[in-house]
Design a protein around this ligand. Structure first.
Ligand code: PLP
Length: 467
């Protein structure tokens, strides 16, 4: 055995202890660690013949890379939609690496860790108050979840014409209707050979909403003259967290033949809030749903689930089967995730989620969600009260979209944001909404408190007054 490997295995105890202490130091100091870095590093391209052992590598990491690690899992990282990590999820994630299972089968001789994934999916369906007739599995993110769901949708559409697109390729035009798709859903269309610009854009509601206009939706459906289509709906758009009217869509689904996919990457967690769960009413009749776990569930990257109604199991296997033989009989009989999802070898991504769900229960997740909604509301109110700023949209759930007041201040928005982010105390990201340059703050981190909101609003006032 290589002497470094031998030495590492002989000193595993001390090694893991070092990492534990370093991890504690990071986690216990998230509040003061900067949210951004200007520091540049020089990248190497020569791999030395001899290694330096793990203690040596850790030292190198600490010298070169540790200083660029920002507190993206801390309480004031509000850019994009960035979740943190609960203690339970870190425990689950560490154990995932340690046990290093390849999550595939549920009833085999070897690795049957997929049972944990099965159970986690059941627990998630319960959390989301969804019926048990969804089949689910873990993928790396909402992008891959959208891809997976839309791949089954594509197969379903082919089936309406007695075609097998998975085998034959996409041999005919696929009608996609959507109003405000997430960019990753369009990426999925490009990966699926449908084409990201081959969409029929449905109007959104009046007054610059991002939710679909139901009457225009029905008009667009009528122009298809009975042709089947795929509809990509939104359960929380990223800019303004607008939700489609799922109850009305469910009614249209009875009348017309289409696949209904909902991208609810983070918005699905509205179900955990008594005051906001109504936004998801009717979503249980959709054919497929995308949910991210590394956002509002606060588990480490990369973690998301896709839910596809189990009545489409065969279509899903037609799409993702790893053997060339036609699938005979019931795909659940010799169940193997690799025939249902894009990846073959699979990390046991369910474990961090399982730990968080079991550790905190429905109440714990509800507390995270409701706290984030509360701090978003507070931030929105403080912005509304300050004459220097204006909200671009009402605060519908957990995101605040705002800009500098006055039409002549538009060119000052980005420099203001840069200055604010340069403080290293908070991180937000730019956006464009309703032809205005704006700033977005999304709250999904379990650590964020009202104190953080007050600290940042004071910082914002200070910066605007200096300008
Ligand atoms: C974040 C997000 C995505 C993409 O998710 P990844 O996890 O980054 O792949 C898709 N849809 C919505 C609505 C999102 O918020």
């Amino acid at each position: 055995m290589n002497n470094h490997l031998q030495s590492d295995i002989d000193h595993l105890d001390g090694l893991l202890e070092k990492v534990k202490l370093q991890g504690l130091d990071y986690l216990n100091n998230l509040n003061s660690r900067p949210t951004s870095k200007t520091h540049r590093i020089e990248l190497k391209d020569k791999l030395p013949q001899k290694g330096i052992g793990t203690v040596g590598a850790l030292q190198k990491f600490n010298e070169r890379f540790e200083p660029i690690m920002v507190s993206s899992s801390g309480p004031r990282y509000w850019g994009y939609v960035t979740g943190g990590t609960t203690p339970a999820s870190i425990v689950g994630d560490w154990l995932t690496s340690i046990y290093d299972q390849n999550s595939q089968e549920i009833d085999a001789q070897g690795d049957i860790s997929a049972n944990i994934e099965f159970e986690t999916i059941k627990l998630l369906l319960d959390l989301f108050e969804l019926p048990k007739d969804y089949f689910g599995g873990f993928v790396t993110g909402a992008t891959m979840s959208n891809f997976t769901c839309l791949a089954v949708a594509r197969q379903w559409l082919g089936k309406q014409f007695e075609k097998d697109f998975a085998k034959e390729g996409v041999t005919q035009k696929i009608n996609i209707l959507t109003a405000t798709p997430h960019s990753s859903a369009l990426k999925a269309l490009s990966l699926l050979g449908i084409g990201s610009s081959n969409i029929i854009k449905v109007k959104t509601k009046e007054e610059n909403r991002e939710a679909i206009d139901i009457s225009d939706f029905e008009n667009k459906i009528e122009t298809l003259k009975g042709e089947p289509f795929i509809f990509i709906g939104s359960g929380g758009t990223v800019n303004t967290v607008d939700f489609d009217d799922f109850v009305s869509i469910a009614k249209l689904k009875i009348k017309y033949n289409f696949w209904w996919h909902i991208d609810a990457a983070f918005g699905g967690f509205a179900i955990c809030s008594d005051t906001h769960k109504h936004l998801l009413k009717g979503w249980e009749t959709s054919d497929s749903i995308t949910i991210d776990c590394h956002k509002w569930l606060n588990v480490p990257y990369e973690s998301a689930v896709c839910f596809v109604k189990e009545k489409y199991n065969i279509l899903q296997v037609d799409t993702f089967q790893n053997s060339n033989a036609p699938y005979l009989g019931d795909p659940m009989e010799h169940f193997d995730y690799l025939n249902f999802l894009p990846e073959n070898s699979r990390r046991l991504k369910a474990l961090p989620v399982w730990f968080s769900l079991v550790a905190y229960g429905k109440e714990g997740i509800k507390d995270i969600v409701e706290n984030n909604i509360k701090v978003a509301q507070l931030f929105g109110q403080l912005i509304k009260k300050d004459k220097n700023f204006e909200l671009l949209t009402p605060v519908r759930l957990n995101t605040v979209c705002f800009t500098l007041s006055g039409t002549d201040n538009q060119e000052k928005v980005k420099p203001f944001l840069r200055k604010l982010n340069d403080t290293g105390q908070v991180f937000m990201t730019p956006t464009k909404y309703n032809d205005k340059i704006g700033i977005r703050a999304a709250f999904v981190n379990w650590r964020t408190t009202e104190e953080d909101i007050k600290l940042v609003t004071e910082l914002m006032r200070k910066i605007i007054n200096e300008a």
